[in-house]
Every structure is written in C-alpha cells, then in structure tokens.
Design a protein around this ligand. Structure first.
Ligand SMILES: NC(=O)c1ccc[n+]([C@@H]2O[C@H](COP(=O)([O-])OP(=O)(O)OC[C@H]3O[C@@H](n4cnc5c(N)ncnc54)[C@H](OP(=O)(O)O)[C@@H]3O)[C@@H](O)[C@H]2O)c1
Length: 295
C-alpha cells in the first residue's frame, strides 16, 4: 500500500484532507507534515493514529528526511508569499531526492493573468511550481483551486460588522469569481489521494458551480439578513484611503486591493471545471454558503 504524506496539516486545507482521507478507512498509511512535532495539533494527529513527520519548507535536509519512505505527497502551497519561491523549490527538490513517486500540488485556477497584472507576482509561484515538479520528472496531479468562498467573510468581516455598515465595499467591479468552499477542495484532495494512480499526470481546474459578482453577493446578503445591503466598487485610491482611515493594516489593504483588482479583471472567472466529476456533486450554492455565516 502506498504511503501518503499531507503537508500543511495544521492548516485548514491540509487538516481537512487528512481527516477526509482517514475517514475512508482504506488502511492506507497516512503521515502528516507539521512544523512543530510537540504542538497541540501535532499531538492530536498522533492520538488519532496519523504518523507525524516534522519539517519546515525552509529546511531542505529536514524535508528530505521527512519525505523518506513516502510514495505520494499532497503538497499544500506555502502561506508566506514572500518566501514561497525558495520554499517550493526546496519541497520539490527534497521530494525528488527522497524518492517520492507522485506529487499532488494545490495550484491555482486562473481564467487569464497578464504579467502586468498586480496579482501576477503572487500567482506566478503556482505556475513555476508546476513547472519544477514536471522538470523533476515526478508524476504529478495539479489541483488548481479557485478562490476559497471563505475569502468573502474574510473581506466583509463578521455579521455584526456587516450589519453596522450595510455595505459591501470592494474594488471588484462586475468581475465574476467561481468561489469554492475550502472544505470541498479538501474532500476532492482526499478523493484523488484515495485513487491516486488514475490521476497521475492530470491537471484539474477546481471552480465552484456558482460564479458570482460582489453585487450578487450583496443581493444574497440582503435576502439572508432581511436588511438592504448595497454594493460599492470604489476606485483603488479611494478604497485604500478609506481602509486606512478605518485602521485596516497596510498589508491587509494591499492583499484586498490586488485580489479585488484581479476579480474585477475576471482573473477568477474560470470557464471550465472538473469539480463535479471529482466531488461527485455540484459545489454548495453561494447563497447557502453565505447563509451559514450571515443568517
Ligand atoms: N485559494 C484560496 O483562496 C487560498 C486562500 C488562502 C490560502 N491559499 C493557499 O492555500 C494554502 C492552504 O490554505 P489554508 O487555508 O489551509 O492555509 P492555512 O490554514 O494558513 O495553513 C497553511 C499551512 O501551511 C503550513 N506552512 C506554512 N508555511 C510553512 C513552512 N514554511 N513549512 C511547513 N509548513 C508551512 C502551516 O503550518 P503552521 O501551522 O506551522 O503555520 C499550515 O499548516 C495556503 O498556504 C495558501 O498557499 C489559497
């Protein structure tokens, strides 16, 4: 039986993939990669019967050791945008030297993205990582994720905040996005891992069934809350100064701006999706996803 290692296991996606796979009761040995083997989350994984491997993406020799004896790697992209370049190279090189056979990589699904786009810098790493995995001669499955639906409440804040402002205020124009709940992407990851051989050297575009604009999000939120929620798409400068005046940290404003402009430009308005085939159903309708948070 091939041994699987799931990275990013202490995070939202990796943790859910590990648990979905375990719940399939395949008797497939499952290891998880953590940065701190003594953390509460690592100890909980151990208690649940997962094997623990410890390494940081910044540490090539620890990665090679952690990957030894592993056949299939579920590689969760790093969360430190400034350092992902080196980290992802380390992971691919360590996978190659440790003799890993097949990498599933959590990439991104893009409709289009020009090198001049503000989002290009943050997204290019996914294209590069796909190239490095192929160049290393490893079997691959690229799980190209659209934006998580969870990004919407991250941008809009909790219900109390929305009820105070009654406005969706983002520079997203009329751009549509095929958001997907992170949980569904995790379920798909586990489905693919459970039958990995049939997914070798495949690329999957994982886009949600509902494609929505933020004007539609505001409309759904009005229905859900029973209050009139309006949508305003400001000019970038106005957006940045309003956010600054409201005490939003600069780093957060920067992220919302580049993603907002990308959304406005249709970067995430993906034309095709392999989601239904791999999930076995359509993704949760956006209005239902929002109801879980704002009802
Ligand atoms: N498609 C989208 O909309 C979207 C949105 C957000 C993020 N993402 C990407 O998807 C990934 C997974 O999402 P998520 O929600 O699960 O993120 P998350 O909850 O922040 O989890 C990130 C995981 O990566 C681990 N990690 C980060 N840096 C590492 C390093 N240097 N070495 C080893 N492990 C490291 C973290 O470990 P620790 O617990 O030790 O920090 C954590 O387990 C993110 O890392 C990011 O690349 C995509």
């Amino acid at each position: 039986m091939k041994k699987v290692l799931i990275t990013g296991a202490t995070g939202g996606l990796g943790s859910a993939v590990a648990h979905y796979l375990k719940n399939k009761s395949l008797e497939q040995p499952i290891a998880v990669l953590v940065r701190d083997g003594k953390s509460e989350k690592a100890l909980k994984f151990k208690e649940e019967g997962f094997e623990i491997r410890v390494a940081d993406y910044n540490d090539p020799s620890a990665l090679t050791e952690a990957f030894t004896g592993i056949d299939i790697l579920y590689f969760v992209s790093g969360s430190d945008i400034a350092k992902r370049d080196v980290q992802h190279k380390n992971v691919v090189e360590a996978a190659k030297s440790a003799g890993i056979d097949h990498i599933l990589y959590t990439s991104v699904s893009l409709n289009h993205l020009s090198p001049e786009a503000p989002l290009y810098g943050a997204m290019k790493i996914h294209m590069d990582t796909e190239d490095w995995i192929k160049a290393a001669g490893l079997k691959y499955t690229f799980l190209r994720h659209n934006l998580y639906s969870e990004i919407i409440p991250m941008f809009l804040g909790p219900k109390e905040q929305l009820m105070a402002s009654k406005v969706v205020y983002l520079p997203t124009g009329e751009g549509k996005t095929a958001f997907v709940p992170r949980e569904e992407l995790a379920e798909i990851g586990a489905n693919v891992l459970a039958d990995a051989a049939i997914h070798e050297n495949k690329i999957y575009e994982l886009n949600g069934t509902d494609k929505v604009t933020f004007a539609q999000v505001a409309k759904y939120l009005s229905e859900i809350t029973g209050e009139k929620i309006s949508y305003i798409s400001p000019e970038v400068r106005e957006f940045e100064s309003t956010m600054k005046a409201n005490g939003v940290p600069a780093e957060y404003i920067g992220m919302m701006t580049i993603f907002g402009l990308g959304i406005a430009d249709g970067v995430f308005d993906a034309p095709n999706s392999d989601l239904k085939k791999l999930l076995g159903r359509s993704s949760l309708p956006m209005v239902k996803f929002l109801s879980q948070i704002y009802k």
